[in-house]
Ligand binder design. Structure first.
Ligand code: UDP
Ligand code: MG
Length: 309
């Protein structure tokens, strides 16, 4: 019996890309020794994505779609696809063809060699806007400094996971999962393949600066409580400084030295005001995450699908 490979594709307003990516993928599996199923997650698209998906399922038996009731975000869409995949291994990739589908052949080969996770590392792409490249490397740098998992630069959500890894992943009920971190955290035998990303085939990137910063904060706070220690370290540092300053203040008082204090006073007040707000904010982010997690809401809501279970 042939092994089944599930391919999971999150799609948010990708109407012009879907046909192309499925064709490219079908070609790869055409004469292979695998059966393939495609699970496309329509993340609340407002364009023709849903209609195109429905039409595609009429033409091919192995295409399944999951339509969300609204936009839940890339990571959640991926999670939904992984939840429903039935394959012996699951491959996830973006709908926009930036992840070259042909790399799947190498991934499958490594899987057959016994690796349970085959992930990919994006090589620096000079065609990407400088801002995006810088943001990306800053993101991975910060993530590694501030958190307890070590995620290599350029690791995106283009990877193969063995069924047993997916089974473990499925049981994790994390609110807003940060999948690349979780996969690294899980361990297993992992193998990395480097690739040069293609340009987006059609449409535009769904990650703006705001979403990227959100993902960054989320990535760090999902894997580490190191930021919470900032308050402790800074608190100690400034207490020490103030202890050094007190003798001078007393001396000035006793000697009757008149102090022009306005500028220094106002700067100190503003500085510490800002610092306290930042620390409060950091604590707030963690409390917010706890709050969202305790509510135990479903991670996503499926409004239409052709999957039977
Ligand atoms: N995506 C999604 N939901 C979102 C944003 C993005 O499902 O809210 C999908 C999108 O359709 C694509 C993948 O996630 O398949 C990666 O998004 P994109 O290409 O916009 O990100 P970039 O490559 O620019 O980082
Ligand atoms: Mg993209």
């Amino acid at each position: 019996m042939k092994k089944l490979v599930s391919v999971v594709i999150p799609a948010y307003n990708e109407e012009d890309n879907l046909m192309v990516i499925i064709d490219r993928l079908e070609n790869i599996f055409l004469n292979s020794s695998y059966d393939v199923e495609f699970i496309i997650v329509d993340d609340g698209s407002s364009d023709q994505t849903a209609l195109i998906l429905k039409a595609m399922t009429k033409l091919r038996q192995n295409i399944f779609y999951i339509g969300f009731s609204r936009n839940f975000g890339h990571q959640v869409a991926l999670k939904a696809g992984l939840d429903k995949a039935k394959g012996d291994c699951v491959i996830s990739l973006d709908a926009d063809l930036q992840h070259p589908p042909e790399l799947i052949i190498d991934m499958l080969r490594k899987w057959e060699e016994g690796y349970e996770v085959v992930y990919t590392r994006r090589k620096e792409d000079k065609r990407l806007p400088l801002m995006k490249r810088k943001m990306s490397s800053l993101f991975y740098h910060l993530l590694n400094v501030l958190s307890d998992v070590n995620i290599e630069s350029g690791t995106a959500d283009f990877r193969l996971m063995d069924k047993k890894v997916v089974d473990v992943f499925r049981d994790m009920e994390e609110y807003e999962p940060f999948i690349r971190g979780l996969v690294k955290w899980m361990g297993y035998n992992q193998y990395a393949i480097d690739y040069i990303p293609n340009e987006r085939y059609s449409g535009s990137s769904k990650y703006n600066l705001k979403k990227m910063i959100r993902l960054g904060i989320h990535g760090v706070t999902s894997f580490s409580i190191k930021p919470l220690y900032t308050a402790v370290y800074l608190g100690f540092m400034f207490s020490l400084l103030s202890v050094l300053y007190i003798p001078y203040v007393l001396y000035a008082f006793c000697e009757g030295i008149e102090v022009d204090g306005w500028a220094s006073l106002i700067m100190t007040v503003v500085f510490f005001g800002g610092l306290q707000l930042i620390i409060l904010g950091i604590i707030g982010v963690y409390i917010g995450k706890m709050f969202m997690q305790t509510k135990n809401r479903p991670g996503y809501i499926i409004s239409h699908t052709n999957l039977t279970q």
